[in-house]
Ligand binder design. Structure first.
Ligand SMILES: [Zn+2]
Length: 223
């Protein structure tokens, strides 16, 4: 799943999906960093891309209170707006959460509460804790892990990975970020390392982790 972060990257994601179907799927979304740059015309263009049949999910959307490149109010408004668009189109959401665990949890759980069924989405590059992961997965929202899961400092994410239920999680690269090291390429094979770490934390075979992640992904995108 290749997400966009603004109009141009979303459009590029759709093209990538078209040329590499069925291995690549695309998401369209406005990242919180770009929330303040949006006006009604740009929102119209985003909605048109989301309506494109090549669009499989809405993302990245969410909150980033670490960098605050857009004011928090603008981030929250863009997040909620895109959650509603996703609900109206019955698409899953890909959610970014950096230093915004409470606000992301509250917003997502309220959104899920307003929907009677078919709550589909994922919090990506998860950096929360086991309690947050438990609350979200109970409402049908998946947790996605990137390579920092293997850092001993990722105490909350590691505890969450060990504790969450079967087939409630995904693996990701978060390319180009969160790669093996500063100079190493972060390419799709990075997810093998994430799966291996999940297998250790969950005391499962790596293949079983891959199967659970696959099941979770298929359910999220509605296959
Ligand atoms: Zn992100």
């Amino acid at each position: 799943m290749v997400p966009g972060w603004d109009l141009r990257s979303s459009d590029a994601a759709l093209e990538l999906a078209e040329h590499h179907a069925p291995f690549v799927q695309a998401a369209v979304g406005v990242h919180p960093h770009h929330a303040a740059a949006m006006d009604e015309r740009a929102w119209g263009a985003v909605e048109a891309l989301i309506a494109d049949p090549r669009c499989a999910a809405v993302g990245e959307i969410g909150l980033d209170f670490f960098r605050n490149l857009s004011p928090p109010d603008a981030q929250q408004a863009a997040f909620e707006r895109q959650l509603e668009i996703a609900a109206a189109r019955d698409l899953p959401v890909l959610v970014h959460d950096r230093d915004a665990h409470d606000a992301v949890s509250t917003t997502l759980l309220a959104w899920a509460g307003r929907r009677s069924s078919n709550v589909r989405g994922v919090v990506h590059a998860f950096s929360g804790d086991a309690a947050m992961a438990g609350m979200l997965t109970e409402r049908g929202i998946l947790i996605s892990f990137a390579l920092p899961l293997s850092f001993r400092s990722a105490v909350g994410a590691r505890a969450a990975a060990a504790a969450i239920g079967a087939a409630t999680y995904l693996v990701e690269t978060d390319a180009p970020h969160l790669g093996p090291d500063r100079d190493g390429r972060n390419e799709p094979t990075t997810v093998l390392r994430v799966a291996a770490e999940l297998a250790r934390l969950r005391t499962m075979e790596p293949q079983a982790v891959a199967d659970e992640a696959r099941r979770a992904y298929d359910r999220m995108i509605g296959e």
